[in-house]
Design a protein around this ligand. Structure first.
Ligand code: SF4
Length: 694
């Protein structure tokens, strides 16, 4: 399908990988792709791209693509290609049989942050209106759900505060739990440019990421904390701000809830939050914490950028609130160059959350128990909606193991590889009577499926993605769907077969419905997207061209609310049997579980996941570079090669999770964030043993 040569025409679309959301020009000969080049007009990337996005077309036309619907009676049977009618009919009849046998709540669905806003909206509509329950969840559950909870509680909205360009006016950058030069490379380049111009960098990360020692742009402070101690570190930074008189009192008087501030200030000034006390927990010298806090509070515009090293913890939501506390205390929210900015892992994490794909929230973050919001959708959709929250992903799996949850529709998501404690996930899937997977490939979850519906890549459909800076960007169809149907059409077919017909001729009509029902999208339309190129929500009568910076004059919730952020250690503990802590991350050339990047030119790089281990820990185990080691936890064991690295601190090891054959999630725990159930991927007690020497 991909042909080299001269382009006849081009189509601007949006990268399907990370939350930067780079715009690309797909150069075409008829319906055949010649090449993808970054677009100079993309506001998020300004003509730049990374090695992932440039070769992304490779997976879209890979020979592993499944293009015909398939069914099978049992998961041990071979797949049988069938017509769309038969596959959809089988899925619908099985779902209805399960509901008749086990009750209306025995089925649910997952949507994906890799699907478009319009597709995600339709999946949650299918679940709420056709399934008749709120058992819908998204893979944002396992990455940035604490961002939504923490920012909503403190600031009043579940989104980052700035546009990417704002980093160009930051004087101090606190980077915590993020590695943008690998995970978000185009934003990483923008950040480095600002550092070259003189901004000062504080990195809080257990591992010495590249930015710590990059030539000319390295970090002034590397707070190499122990995994699991984010809250203790942030509380210590705030303790210095409060006890050394570095609070922006005028800002707090004008912008924040004073009672909440005073309660928080008393809490944070307590000696147990002092850097000298928390040093025992974080491992970061108190003097380093004090110096970093002074720099953040007094160095001019101070901006926080963070990633999954913040959210994927048992205190992920608390950590997000602790960052908001620090930023509010120093007056660093509500203008350019400051703010709190989640670097979202997947292209449409923000959008999938906005579209109501959580079991407790309708589109626009309105709780399902709210009568006014529910009535808007009931009237438009012509059905009564449930007012009780449905099941989250881990609850669906728990209920399945208990025999109460029997059927699932999984669109564009692969929980068997990407969710923690793989054994538990597979036990849940095995216990179900109908697993319907809609995907490009026979992924790990499809091993447990009874119906496979071939999905469409980002090149085969129209729609929109919303990136980490709330920017809604067009996804434009450059070739026909290989399976004959785009994902939004497949969801409609399933809904039809379930007796709840949906009538849309084009995703623009779905966006019109989103705009009509969701206040922050009220001014969004495909016509405006064509005219402006992209739009940052909120976009409505008050901000017809969108909103680059939020909370400018007042917080969305009115007064900013300080939250008490008590540090509570994770229940995952090291001990004699598992003395090391494992933390996980990504590398530049690969994306998430690798299902896409391993089917592109990127497969040339990073052929396997390796275990980074400090020389001291390696030597004490007789491990040399390249040894095959067993990495064991309380959940399981995997085998991979050791890479001795002084990036690591003693006692902490690190790996990536891009390869199914390594399967890092076999060993991660089932602990999760107290508020959102986001899994604690970043802290697992492990042991490392040398198994052989190749
Ligand atoms: Fe841009 Fe991210 Fe795609 Fe790279 S992976 S091109 S940084 S959107």
């Amino acid at each position: 399908v991909i042909r080299m040569g001269k382009a006849e025409h081009s189509v601007i679309t949006t990268c399907a990988y990370c939350g930067v959301g780079c715009a690309f020009k797909a150069e075409m000969q008829g319906e055949q792709l010649v090449r993808m080049v970054p677009s100079k007009h993309g506001r998020a990337n300004e003509g730049h791209s990374c090695v992932k996005g440039r070769f992304a077309y490779g997976y879209a036309t890979h020979k592993d693509r499944i293009t015909k619907p398939m069914i099978r009676e049992r998961i041990t049977d071979p797949w049988r290609e069938v017509s769309w009618e038969e596959a959809i009919g089988r899925a619908a009849s099985e779902f209805r049989r399960i509901q008749a046998t086990y009750g209306v709540d025995a089925i649910g669905g997952l949507t994906s942050s890799r699907c478009t806003n319009e597709e995600t909206y339709l999946v949650q509509k299918l679940i709420r209106a056709a399934f008749g329950n709120n058992n819908v969840d998204t893979c944002a559950r396992v990455c940035h759900s604490p961002t939504g909870y923490g920012l909503n509680a403190t600031l009043g909205t579940s989104a980052g505060t700035q546009d990417f360009a704002s980093v160009g006016e930051a004087d101090v950058i606190l980077l915590i739990g993020a590695n943008p030069t690998d995970g978000h490379p185009v934003f990483g380049s923008r950040l480095k440019k600002r550092l070259r111009e003189g901004a000062r960098l504080i990195v809080a990360d257990p591992r010495r990421i590249d930015l710590v020692k990059s030539p000319h742009v390295g970090a002034e402070h590397h707070l190499a904390l122990r995994p699991g101690s984010n809250v203790a570190l942030l509380n210590a930074l705030s303790h210095v701000v409060v006890t050394e008189g570095l609070v922006d009192e005028a800002y707090i008087r004008e912008r924040c809830d004073l009672d909440a501030f005073e309660a928080w200030a008393r809490f944070i000034a307590d000696p147990r939050n002092a850097p000298e006390t928390s040093e025992n927990v974080t491992g970061v010298p108190a003097a380093e914490v004090r110096a970093a806090a002074r720099l953040y509070a007094t160095g001019g515009n101070a901006a926080i950028y963070y990633g999954l090293g913040v959210t994927e913890h048992s205190q992920g939501s608390t950590t997000v609130m602790a960052m908001a506390n620090l930023a509010m205390a120093t007056g660093n929210i509500g203008r350019r160059g400051v703010g709190i900015n989640p670097l979202r892992g997947q292209n449409n994490v923000q959008g999938s959350c906005d579209m109501g794909s959580f079991p407790h929230e309708l589109p626009g973050y309105r709780h399902v128990s709210g009568d006014a919001a529910r009535e808007i959708f009931e009237k438009l959709w012509g059905v009564g909606l449930r007012d009780d929250p449905g099941l989250r992903i881990p609850n669906m799996l728990d209920e399945a193991v208990q025999g109460r949850f029997k059927g699932i529709y999984v669109q564009g998501e692969d929980p068997a590889q990407s969710d923690p404690d793989t054994q538990h996930v597979t036990a849940g899937l095995l216990a179900m009577e109908c697993v319907v997977v809609q995907d490009l490939f026979l992924n790990e979850t499809a091993k447990y499926a009874h119906v496979f519906l071939p999905g469409s890549s980002f090149l085969e459909k129209d729609g929109t993605f919303t990136n980490a800076e709330r920017r809604i960007s067009p996804v434009r169809k450059v070739m026909s769907p290989l399976s004959g149907h785009a994902d939004w059409q497949i969801t409609m077919m399933l809904s039809d077969a379930l007796g709840y017909p949906m009538r849309y001729d084009h995703p623009s009509q779905i966006m019109d419905e989103i705009a009509a029902t969701t206040p922050s999208f009220a001014g969004v339309s495909y016509e405006k997207l064509e005219r402006l190129g992209s739009i940052q929500w909120p976009c409505n009568d008050a901000a017809p061209a969108g909103t680059p910076i939020m909370h400018v004059d007042r917080f969305v919730r009115g007064l900013g609310r300080f939250m008490i952020t008590e540090f509570i250690p994770t229940d995952e503990r090291t001990g004699a049997r598992f003395p090391l802590l494992l933390t996980t991350g990504r590398i530049l050339s690969q994306y998430n579980v690798g299902a896409q990047t391993r089917r592109t030119e990127n497969s040339r790089w990073h052929a396997e996941d390796v275990l980074e281990i400090h020389p001291f820990d390696a030597e004490s185990r007789g491990v040399v570079d390249g040894d095959l080691v067993a990495l064991e936890s309380r959940s399981g064991a995997i085998s991979l090669k050791a890479a001795i690295s002084d990036r690591m601190q003693p006692g902490v090891v690190y790996t990536t999770f891009h390869h199914a054959k390594t399967g890092a999630n076999v060993i991660t725990t089932d602990y999760s964030d107290w508020a959102t159930n986001c899994p604690e991927y970043k802290v697992t007690a492990v042991q490392v043993r040398r198994t052989n020497r190749p």
